[in-house]
Design a protein around this ligand. Structure first.
Ligand code: ADP
Length: 427
């Protein structure tokens, strides 16, 4: 599925970018053609105007003629104006050819005044044409039309330049399209990576969630079926089992709902200004009974002054309670658990430290993944689904905070929550 999407993405991107590139190449080509023609036209116009000064009245012939014998010189006064012209033709005011030099033509003026691109046979070969730029200019003197001067210059240099341009485009466009296709394939892969990872995570999560729900469901079914055939005393016991299993399922479903609900970060308007010191003191008091029962030495180290953060108190409490609960769960009898609060820079640091079983280094990177349990058997005995830390991390992240862990196997663990402090500007 991802491969096909990546291929489609690369294909569409290449098609789009390729089309844009081809459109640009065509536009650039026509711009080049227009610019070259404009240069030729300018030069042709200047030559024609200078030549027009040579139109004189010949009294013997009784008409205006072009003095081709005394062609004016160009620029540096060394090149006659008619050099590099293919032809120059002088028509009278009725469009009748009077005189010409270069390529012969029909007796009548065939073109309207202005610039035209025309073709003539090259070496009288019907298959070979030469392109020319021709200007037909009406010549006036004293307000009356004397005749038409028509001159043409070859477009050979322009064509050579345009051929080079076309060759460059013909090579550059396919190479660029190839590069675009290759880079879009690479980019497609990079763009697909987070989607692929999210998809894999979702698949794993769905598989894990259904697996976790199936086990207690099967147990409920078994207990119910056996209970139906059992005597009253056993039925009582079976019912108690069903109630316990249903309770565990309900807690799993609540955890899943919690994970689904609090994605992303909270908007600051939905948070309250919370003093962490009394909140943590309250939590230690709550866990005191459990610590005495285990027995564990549970202590706290809290500052005297308030430590204010923007938080959703119920959820933040739940995240810290999860860390405390784990610390108590994974610390053997006689061990120590300490809850600390301090301020570093602009952040509040909540630490839960224990000297319990610790966590192997290879498990640390996966610890916050959903359904991840270090020791599956032991966690099942202690009743965990491997969701507590995933939920705690999601809650802390939603508060723009960070949850991290340091642990040495057999020596204990320290979980740390960093939260941005709130500064009360009025105080
Ligand atoms: P669980 O509900 O299984 O405790 P958690 O997400 O809370 O799930 O924890 C994931 C795993 O991390 C646990 O299975 C446990 O192996 C390990 N763990 C968490 N906290 C501690 C701790 N303080 N000491 C040792 N191991 C811990």
């Amino acid at each position: 599925m991802f491969r096909r999407s990546r291929r489609d993405l690369a294909r569409w991107f290449t098609f789009l970018m390729g089309s844009i590139l081809v459109a640009f190449a065509i536009a650039a080509y026509y711009r080049e053609v227009a610019s070259e023609l404009a240069t030729v036209d300018r030069s042709l116009y200047q030559r024609t105007r200078v030549m027009a000064t040579n139109v004189r009245y010949h009294f013997q012939e009784g008409e205006w003629q072009l003095d081709l014998e005394n062609v004016p010189l160009l620029g540096d006064q060394t090149v006659p104006l008619n050099s590099s012209l293919v032809y120059a033709r002088w028509y009278d005011d009725e469009g009748q050819l009077v005189q010409f030099f270069g390529v012969p033509t029909a007796d009548r003026l065939l073109h309207e005044p202005g610039f035209q691109t025309v073709e003539i046979l090259q070496d009288n070969n019907p298959l070979m044409f030469e392109r020319l730029r021709q200007l037909t200019m009406p010549i006036y003197r004293g307000g009356s039309l004397l005749g038409y001067l028509q001159v043409a210059t070859p477009l050979t240099t322009v064509e050579v330049k345009l051929n080079e341009f076309r060759l460059f485009v013909a090579l550059a466009v396919p190479v660029s399209v190839g590069l675009i296709s290759w880079s879009s394939w690479l980019l497609g892969g990079v763009a697909m990576l987070p989607i692929r990872q999210t998809h894999q995570q979702l698949e794993r999560f769905t598989a894990d969630a259904s697996h976790e729900l199936r086990a207690p469901l099967t147990a409920i079914l078994n207990n119910a079926q056996v209970g139906l055939m059992a005597d009253a005393a056993e039925q009582q016991w079976r019912l108690q089992n069903v109630a316990n299993l249903a309770e565990s399922m309900s807690s799993l479903v609540s955890s899943l709902l919690l994970l689904a609900r609090y994605q992303g970060t909270f908007v600051s308007e939905s948070l309250e200004c919370v003093d962490l010191t009394p909140l943590l003191r309250g939590l230690t008091d709550e866990f005191a009974a459990q610590a005495i029962a285990q027995p564990l030495h549970l202590t706290h180290d809290l500052p005297a002054e308030p430590v204010m953060v923007n938080a959703e108190p119920y959820l933040l409490r739940q995240a810290i309670a999860c860390l405390l609960n784990n610390a108590c769960k994974y610390t053997p009898a006689g061990g120590e658990v300490q809850l600390r609060l301090s301020v570093t820079g602009h952040r509040a640091m909540i630490q839960v430290e224990d000297n319990g079983v610790g966590i192997p280094a290879e498990d640390l990177p996966h610890l916050f993944e959903r359904f991840y349990r270090v020791d599956k058997e032991r966690s099942r005995q202690t009743g965990g689904f491997g969701l507590g830390l995933a939920i705690a991390q999601q809650i802390v992240t939603a508060h723009r905070g960070k949850l991290s862990v340091d642990s040495i196997l057999g020596r204990g663990s320290t979980f740390q929550i960093e939260l941005p402090l709130t500064f009360n500007l009025e105080s």
